[in-house]
Design a protein around this ligand. Structure first.
Ligand code: 6GU
Length: 272
């Protein structure tokens, strides 16, 4: 997979992509992260300037169409020169106005050969650049960031770990996070007692079946508690469904008893 990131801050992309698993994947040639500086494509008379005041007035600056369109053309040519098709590479614009990035989207994008990620700054990008390029707009969640670099890195990280070979043998089992639409169960490692807290007895028992059952139940419990929106699509067997029903009843009792305010799911205060 070749990621081409169009940005005003190429160092931010290159340094974050050089460490840990992404760095290893780049060294072994499984992925390639190429940050391209949009500023290098401003026409000469503008001396590296790539933003200007918004027509119609208002706060902030807007990134101009010309450097972005020329930068994108150059990236497509680079892809052509490497023997692939630049014109068929999808261009994703990182913006809080986009579709929310999901694991399913990551799985779909991981099958592409090249992805062009466009990072904006300031108050946004001249709409004509987006229209001419034909961007797909993607957000990483309902909050506003100062620029698209962190979202681009989030996408690169999430997509890369789905590419065969990027995670080592042992790590690749971890691809199964969100398996059956459940959250992960809690994990423990040595020592057995830390600051008076014990590792759950069952994990020390060596009884594989009981451990599996315990883990499934903890996954179901966590999903119900922290992500009740996912529990409806969880894949459960009959016994697990009965376990879930019993949990729901208990949770309802707890809620009734405490009368606690619901802090989940509020989107108030978000204005993209
Ligand atoms: Cl993709 N970009 C920016 N600037 N802010 C965001 C975002 C993207 N997703 C959530 N907030």
């Amino acid at each position: 997979m070749n990621f081409h990131v169009m940005t005003l801050f190429p160092d931010m992309i290159m340094s974050a992509a050089s460490g840990s698993i992404l760095g290893r994947a780049q060294k072994s040639g499984l992925i390639n992260v190429n940050a391209v500086n949009i500023r290098d494509y401003t026409d000469e008379r503008r001396r590296g300037r790539c933003d200007d005041y918004p027509y119609g007035g208002g706060a902030g600056m807007v990134m101009q169409a010309q450097p972005i369109c020329d930068c994108c053309d150059a990236v497509r040519r680079m892809i052509d020169e490497e023997g692939r098709s630049g014109s068929s590479a999808r261009v994703i614009y990182m913006t809080p106005q986009g579709r929310t990035f999901t694991q399913a989207m990551a799985a779909e994008l991981s099958r592409e050969e090249d992805l062009i990620l466009l990072c904006g700054h300031y108050e946004g990008i001249d709409e004509r650049a987006l229209e001419l390029i034909g961007t797909e707009n993607v957000s990483i969640g309902d909050y506003v960031l100062t620029g698209g670099e962190l979202p681009a890195l989030v996408m690169i990280d999430c997509i890369s770990r789905l590419i065969p070979g990027v995670l080592g043998g042992d790590e690749s089992a971890l691809i199964e996070t969100f398996h059956d639409n459940l959250l992960e169960y809690p994990q423990y490692t040595r020592p057995e007692v830390y600051k008076g807290l014990h590792v759950p007895e069952i994990l020390l028992s060596g009884h594989h079946e009981n451990v599996e059952k315990w883990r499934r139940e903890r996954s179901i419990e966590r999903t119900l508690r922290y992500r009740p929106d996912l529990i409806g699509s969880a894949v459960l067997n009959k016994k697990e469904m009965r376990f879930l029903e019993e949990l729901k009843r208990q949770l309802q009792e707890e809620t009734d008893a405490s009368g606690e305010a619901d802090i989940s799911g509020s989107k108030e205060g978000f204005k993209a």
